[in-house]
Design a protein around this ligand. Structure first.
Ligand code: SAM
Length: 231
């Protein structure tokens, strides 16, 4: 395993440890994604997992997972009351319009006692900022959003009556994605982006960035984490 992947795994372990997942915990995971990382991790940690996604395809592609998967929108959750101990927003809110963020937090506290949010940070080195900018172009070209926020934005979002912040921290990355590890990362990324039928420009922008990163290395985004609960 390369240094970047090793550090990523170590940072994610610290983040999941904060959530104190154990068997018997009912967890709602928002947004399944293409690689359902958070669902797989939650199952591995022993939780009873329910996950939702606004895209039916994402639900159907992941039926083999040992979780209850539901086609739903996080702004209108199909649950009556407090059915969950914890709700998880693992790399989700940057794909959802700012105007809906407050509603999402309200909905999650309507159905759970505790919420964990994990999001990338909007700043970093020159190559990372280029990566972020190409990604924003890709998402924009298919009518989607990709917008990262500082920790202060998320802290403010959780500043509501009867909600207490339990943890609020930015996890830092030191090691660079470089050499063969960067090559593999960008090859997978370019393969995925190609399936989205985006303008060719973005594929060639990522190919150019790949050569730079393979040669010089890129430090990935730090990660913002908030854990809050009702009081
Ligand atoms: C970056 S991916 C998910 C990442 C995933 N949690 C993981 O561990 O890799 C974001 C997902 O959120 C879903 N999503 C976007 N808006 C949503 C909404 N309003 N309600 C539910 N899911 C939504 C997208 O369809 C996408 O599958």
């Amino acid at each position: 395993m390369g240094k970047y992947k090793e550090e990523k795994n170590a940072v994610e372990k610290q983040i999941w440890d904060l959530a104190e997942i154990h068997s018997c915990l009912n967890v709602l995971d928002i947004g399944i994604g293409n690689n359902p990382n958070s669902i797989i991790k939650l199952i591995e940690l022993g939780a009873n997992v329910t996950a939702i996604d606004i895209e039916l395809k994402k639900v159907e592609q992941n039926k083999h997972l040992d979780a209850r998967l539901i086609h739903a929108d996080v702004t209108k959750l199909p649950f009556q009351g407090k059915e969950f101990d914890l709700s998880v927003l693992f790399f989700i809110l940057h794909e959802i319009s700012d105007k809906d963020h407050s509603k999402v937090i309200e909905e999650l506290f309507r159905v759970s006692d505790k919420v964990m949010l994990v999001e990338p940070v909007p700043d970093g080195g020159e190559l990372y900022l280029e990566y972020y900018s190409i990604f924003q172009g890709v998402m924009d070209s298919i009518g989607k959003i990709e917008k990262y926020r500082a920790l202060s934005y998320w802290t403010k979002l959780f500043n509501k009556p009867n909600i207490k912040l339990q943890h609020s921290e930015t996890f830092k990355f030191e090691d660079k994605l470089i050499d063969t590890e960067a090559e593999e990362y960008f090859n997978d990324l370019i393969e995925y982006i190609t399936t989205l039928n985006v303008p060719e420009k973005y594929i060639s922008d990522f190919k150019k960035l790949k050569s730079e990163v393979v040669k010089n290395g890129m430090t990935f985004s730090d990660i913002n984490v908030i854990i809050a609960e009702t009081c």
